[in-house]
Design a protein around this ligand. Structure first.
Ligand code: FMN
Length: 215
């Protein structure tokens, strides 16, 4: 298995897969990498479907702008965000875990103030729609864990964010309206590993140069 640094450097978006199946233990390892991802207040909004059925993959391909590699991949993860992870009951459960696991003692600033934490906990059950951005952002973290783990296992993958019309994949799988598909991730053995794709330079991404790098 590759190191994290090796996986980051060797990862490519793979859009052509061999026919070989992905072993179950690798599928499990990829899901475990998602499960262990960090999330704000440990809400863990990510949910997944593992799709290997040819007909379902063909339907996904059609919905996702007819991208052929989705159907070709031996396994496709449909990556979802569950807004109920932000419900009042989930909020209380996660807050209790923070106490049980000693996390509250490690918090800092206003989060270390029991009164402030109690006020957050006492807020009424919110409209879950306001958590859409948080749910997607946190699920994306878990998906990138999956991508890097697939690479480390010698597999290829490609993020698919082109999900067709809103609600189409959710309807295909009969998902509840609080569960939103945020990306599709086809995974398999690559037919070829392409060279690295271009990236903008360090100076372009640094809004301010630290003094040590400015010389
Ligand atoms: C959120 C997200 C959505 C993406 N959606 C698609 C997609 O629908 N189809 C596709 O072929 N590539 C998709 N990509 C892959 C990007 O095109 C690719 O990451 C980028 O061109 C850089 O190439 P690399 O991943 O090989 O380094 C997506 C990537 C991300 C992060």
């Amino acid at each position: 298995m590759l190191t994290v640094s090796e996986a980051i450097r060797q990862r490519r978006s793979i859009r052509s897969f061999r026919g070989d199946p992905v072993p179950d233990d690798m599928v499990n390892e990829i899901l475990e990498a998602a499960r262990l991802a960090p999330s704000a207040s440990n809400r863990q909004p990510w949910r997944f479907m593992v799709v290997t059925d040819g007909e379902e993959k063909a339907r996904l391909r059609k919905i996702c702008l007819d991208q052929a590699f989705i159907e070709q991949a031996p396994v496709v993860f449909v990556c979802c965000a569950d807004l109920t992870a932000y419900s009042e009951s989930s909020r209380k459960k996660r807050a209790q875990e923070f106490i049980d696991y000693g996390v509250t003692e490690t918090l800092s600033g206003r989060f270390a103030d029991p009164a402030y934490r109690a006020s957050l906990l006492a807020e009424p059950d919110p409209d879950l729609g306001i958590f859409l951005t948080a749910a997607v952002a946190n699920t994306y973290i878990a998906i990138e864990h999956m991508v890097l783990t697939a690479t480390a296992l010698g597999l290829g993958s490609c993020w698919v964010g082109a999900l067709g019309n809103p609600g189409e994949i959710e309807a295909l799988f009969g998902l509840p309206e609080t569960t939103l598909v945020v990306a599709v991730l086809p995974v398999g053995y690559p037919t070829v590993i392409p060279p690295p794709r271009p990236r903008i330079s360090l100076s372009e991404i640094l809004l301010r140069l630290p003094a040590t790098l400015s010389k």
